[in-house]
Design a protein around this ligand. Sequence first.
Ligand code: NAD
Length: 285
Amino acid sequence: MACIIDGKALAAEIKRNLKKDAEEFETRYGRKITLAVILVGENPASCVYVNNKVKAAEFVGIKSLSFRLPESATERDVEQVVKSLAADKSVDGILVQLPLPKHINEEKILSLVPPEKDVDGFTAENVGNTTLFKEGINSCTPAGIIYMLKSINAPLCGKHAVVIGRSNIVGKPVAMLLLKENCTITVCHSKTENLGEITRQADILIAAVGKPRFVKADMVKDGAIVIDVGINRTESGLCGDVDFDGVKDKASYISPVPGGVGPMTIATLMQNVYKCAVRRENAGL
Ligand code: NAD
């Protein structure tokens, strides 16, 4: 039976430490760290994520400003909000909750977030820094995954990490961060042939597919470390991309859903907000 990687407990520890850092920041600079959150429309999952982020910010002592626009908002409406927050010196971080409604060009909106306020690590500059292994703001979920792996002292150097999924927010950046840790990387996706043959070679298997219980026990090597990124809402409740009950008897470590990567994403987001605030003060912005 695998050891469970308790993302909820790890995230709570990160947030407790950040609370002290945020207090020190306030004493030192005479102002509260400030995060602006933009939500367009009423996507139920997005509403839950935004509420959880606002709650986490409150716990840590980060001031959050919420901008909720109706589904009918135009691209120009969203542009104006982002532009005004970009120019506002009291705002340290801007988070645009994705997905945006279909009529709004996400890439265009994200390009308006200045890299120094890009707490999600989605701008071309921050993605570039991640790829160049340079100091910057890394995407939250991938950074949280690396934190989880380090928390269990997982050997990473020279190990084969297989990532299922190549999205810009999870698959690609987590592959880059694992490469930075000297893993040998294979990225699989919907066009990959013989997926099981590849995943069975993984010392570390990251599932970011968006399909309930997609990774079965016969796709996993004995003793592998399995990180489940998926959040799927099914009739029987929330579940991940990994068939937890089957895989737990094969893996050495496994992250659960809920209580695994999800809380880590939010804790890492808070770390990014803090990092942005300190960097902005140091740069005199
Ligand atoms: P996405 O839909 O953008 O990407 C899914 C990826 O899976 C694609 O690259 C696709 O090529 C690949 N894929 C689809 N079918 C496949 C198949 N049969 N074989 C191999 N690969 C296949 O999704 P995403 O944004 O990367 O999110 C993935 C999952 O992670 C979703 O369930 C999402 O809700 C969840 N998620 C969780 C967090 C968190 O904080 N826990 C954060 C982001 C995303």
